[in-house]
Design a protein. Structure first.
Length: 146
């Protein structure tokens, strides 16, 4: 089973709302993760994506990126969101697609801190686009602990 398939199973099993939202792992290459969710399951009264769904997909994209990287490193630690900021720039009128990239150097520093203190923090950014333009910009600080 691929990392992406295992992640999707984990999301649907451990965070049940992800099933209802239709969240899927679209792509993962070790540095970038894309999660998708259908507009039809996340629509609001204006016919666009619901802000709470956009936030949820974004926070889960960052969480999932860190979850995958830790699993690859053989460190199945707990990941939680500590702080988040979201900017809604454009309405999303299509299926939701969230992207998160991780910097190898920043992740290496996280591992050093985790090894030294059994706890570490990492800021991650997620973007959701509408017609190749940023529609949602999310930044979150995630905490990893044993």
């Amino acid at each position: 089973m691929t990392h992406a398939a295992a992640l999707e199973q984990t999301l649907h099993r451990d965070i049940p709302i992800t099933r209802e939202m239709g969240i899927r792992v679209a792509a993962y290459d070790g540095r970038q993760l894309r999660l998708t969710a259908p507009l039809s399951a996340n629509i609001n009264d204006k016919g666009t994506a619901f802000g709470g769904s956009l936030y949820s997909v974004a926070v889960l994209c960052g969480w999932s990126m860190l979850h995958l990287k830790l699993r690859e490193a053989g460190l199945p630690h707990n990941v939680v969101i500590q702080e988040a900021n979201v900017r809604y720039l454009l309405p999303v009128e299509q299926n939701i697609e969230a992207e998160c990239q991780i910097d190898d150097e920043a992740f290496a520093q996280l591992l050093i801190s985790l090894n030294k203190h059994s706890r570490a923090r990492l800021p991650l950014s997620v973007v959701i686009k509408q017609n190749d333009r940023p529609a949602v910009e999310f930044s979150g600080r995630y905490v990893v602990h044993k």
